[in-house]
Design a protein around this ligand. Structure first.
Ligand SMILES: Cc1ncc(COP(=O)(O)O)c(C=O)c1O
Length: 492
C-alpha cells in the first residue's frame, strides 16, 4: 500500500476580532494556499481535530470550512489517506503566482550581492558536471560498498542513542573517529599526528574553507597547481585571496617556477599523491623543495590527499605532511573517494599550535559534524571493514583502469596521450589533435558520456584533453564507451 505522509500544518491566519466568520477565514487561508501553490495536489490536510487543537478554535468552523472546500473541489477524501488537496485542480486555479514567486525578483529593484559572489561560474555552463554517464569523475563503485555491514552499524548506533549523544557533539568531531583516523593516517600515510590534531569536517571542501579563514587574508597570495582543482581555487577567490597559478609538469608542481613568480606567497595548495587533474605524483625532490620553501618564506602548505588510497603500479607514497618537520603542512583527507561522497565526511590534520584557532573558526561555521554518521564510521574503521573495503576496491579499480587504458590505446591510438593512470579513480587524456575539448564534452552528454574537458582546469594557457573517471564505469561498458569517444573525436 502506498504510504501517505502525515499532514503538515499550513499557516492558517485567524483574527478573532475580525468581522469575518471563523469558518470563512479558514476557508480563505486554505484556498489562498492552494491557489498560490503552497499546498500541492495530493498533499494531506490535517484532521479537523488536529487543526482545532493547533489553532485553538472549536471543530465546528473547521468542519464547515472543510465541507465547503470539499464541495468546491479544492479538497478530496481518499480512503486510508483522509482529506487531501484535490489532484484535479484546474490549471487556471493555480496559475496566478504568489507575491513571493521567483520571477517577482525582476520587479523588485536593484538586488546588490557581495562583490565577490559573481566570480563563481554558473553550473549551467558545465553540463558535463551534472550528467550521469560513463566516465563520471568522482563516482565510486557503490554497488561494491558493504551496505549490509553499514546498515547493521547504523542500526546499532541508533539503538544506543541517548540524551547526551542527541545533543551537540564536539566541534572537533567524535573522539572515537578522530582516534581511528589518527591511527590510520600514521600507519597508512605516514602522517605525523595525534588524535587531538584531527578535526572531522563535512568533506574536504569544508576543510579548505576553514583553513583559508584561519590562515589567509584578503589579498593573500596562494600558489595553485595549474591545471588544478577549481573548487579549491573558488574557495580562495571567494575569500579574496589572489591565486598564483604555478605550472605542473611530470614531477608535480614546479616549485622553482612558483618561487620565480611569487616567492612570498602565503600558501601553496597541492595534491602531491595524485595531482588533480593530471594525476602525476610529486617527486621526492619537489616535495623537499616545497617544504623547504615553506619554511624559508614562512608559508603554509595545504595538502589535499583526496584519493591516495588507490595506487596500482607502486607502493603508496607517504604524505608530504610526514616529511615536514616544521609543522607547516595542513593535511586534508576525505572519505568521498574511499567510501562515498554523500557521506560528507573528511578530516583536517592541524599543526598542534593552531588547533585552537581552527576550533574557534569551526564554531561560527556549523557547530560540528553530525554525530551519528561519525560514530558509525568509527565502528566501520575500528572493526576492520574500512581496510577490507579499500583492499577490495584497489583490486577492482586497478582492473578497471587496466581495461580502460588498453581500450583507449587500441581505439584512440595516437589521437591521445594517457597520463596519470598509476593512481586514483581517474586518468587524463591529452588530445594530440586540434579538437576543442569543451565542445566534445558538451556533445558527449547526448551520448551518455560524462567526460570533463581538461582545458576547464587550467588557469593560464589551456591544454585540450579530458578527465575520465573509471570508478563507477562497469568493465563491460568500457569498450562501448571508448567507441563513443572515438566517434565523437572523428565526427563533427
Ligand atoms: C582534488 C579533490 N579534492 C577533494 C575532493 C573531494 O571533496 P569532498 O571531500 O568535499 O567531497 C575531490 C573530489 O572530486 C577532488 O577532486
Amino acid at each position: 500500500m502506498k504510504r501517505v505522509a502525515s499532514a503538515i500544518l499550513p499557516i492558517i491566519a485567524i483574527d478573532r476580532k475580525a468581522p469575518k466568520a471563523l469558518h470563512r477565514q479558514i476557508y480563505d487561508s486554505y484556498r489562498a494556499a492552494i491557489v498560490d501553490c503552497r499546498l500541492h495536489p495530493g498533499q494531506r490536510i490535517p484532521s479537523t481535530r488536529v487543526l482545532a487543537s493547533e489553532i485553538g478554535v472549536s471543530r465546528f468552523p473547521i468542519l464547515n470550512a472543510y465541507a465547503q472546500l470539499l464541495a468546491e473541489g479544492y479538497f478530496e477524501s481518499r480512503v486510508g489517506a483522509g482529506t487531501v488537496v484535490s489532484s484535479s485542480l484546474p490549471d487556471q486555479l493555480t496559475s496566478s503566482r504568489p507575491p513571493n514567486a521567483p520571477h517577482s525578483a525582476a520587479r523588485s529593484g536593484p538586488r546588490a550581492v557581495a562583490r565577490r559572489s559573481p566570480i563563481l561560474p554558473g553550473i549551467e555552463a558545465m553540463p558535463w558536471m551534472v550528467n550521469w554517464g560513463a566516465f563520471r569523475v568522482g563516482q565510486v563503485a557503490f554497488d561494491q560498498f558493504p551496505l549490509h555491514v553499514w546498515s547493521t552499524l547504523v542500526a546499532r548506533q541508533c539503538r544506543g542513542m541517548n540524551a547526551q549523544s542527541a545533543h551537540y557533539g564536539s566541534l572537533m568531531g567524535s573522539t572515537a573517529l578522530r582516534e581511528a583516523i589518527a591511527g590510520y593516517l600514521k600507519t597508512a600515510r605516514s602522517v605525523r599526528c595525534e588524535a587531538e590534531q584531527v578535526m572531522i569536517v563535512n568533506g574536504s571542501q569544508q576543510a579548505l574553507e576553514i583553513a583559508t579563514r584561519v590562515l589567509l587574508n584578503p589579498g593573500s597570495r596562494v600558489w595553485m597547481e595549474d591545471p588544478g582543482y577549481r573548487l579549491a581555487r573558488d574557495v580562495f577567490a571567494l575569500n579574496g585571496c589572489d591565486v598564483v597559478p604555478v605550472r605542473v609538469d611530470t614531477e608535480g608542481l614546479d616549485v622553482a617556477a612558483g618561487i620565480k613568480k611569487c616567492r612570498k606567497a602565503q600558501a601553496a595548495f597541492v595534491t602531491p599523491s595524485h595531482q588533480f587533474p593530471l594525476g602525476v605524483t610529486m617527486s621526492a625532490s619537489r616535495r623537499l623543495q616545497l617544504v623547504d620553501w615553506a619554511q624559508q618564506s614562512g608559508s603554509w602548505i595545504i595538502e589535499d590527499d583526496y584519493d591516495s588510497e588507490y595506487r596500482f603500479e607502486s607502493l603508496p607514497i607517504a604524505s608530504l605532511q610526514g616529511l615536514d618537520a616544521n609543522s607547516r603542512v595542513i593535511y586534508i583527507g576525505t572519505f568521498s573517494k574511499v567510501l562515498f561522497p554523500s557521506l560528507r565526511l573528511g578530516y583536517l590534520v592541524i599543526p598542534p599550535d593552531l588547533v585552537d584557532r581552527f576550533h574557534m573558526c569551526r564554531r561560527v561555521m556549523d557547530l560540528g559534524p553530525p554525530t551519528l554518521t561519525q560514530e558509525v564510521l568509527a565502528d566501520f574503521i575500528v572493526e576492520g571493514h574500512f581496510a577490507r573495503h579499500i583492499r577490495r576496491m584497489r583490486v577492482l579499480y586497478g582492473e578497471l583502469r587496466r581495461v580502460l587504458v588498453s581500450r583507449l590505446t587500441e581505439d584512440l591510438g595516437s589521437m591521445v596521450e594517457i597520463v596519470g593512470d598509476e593512481a586514483g579513480m581517474h586518468l587524463a587524456l591529452m588530445l594530440q589533435t586540434d579538437h576543442r575539448d569543451t565542445e566534445i564534452s558538451q556533445r558527449a552528454v547526448r551520448h551518455s558520456l560524462s567526460i570533463w574537458p581538461l582545458s576547464h582546469f587550467y588557469f593560464g594557457e589551456p591544454r585540450q584533453g579530458f578527465i575520465l573517471g573509471f570508478g563507477a564505469t562497469k568493465m563491460n561498458e568500457i569498450p562501448g564507451a571508448v567507441r563513443k569517444l572515438h566517434y565523437l573525436l572523428t565526427t563533427k
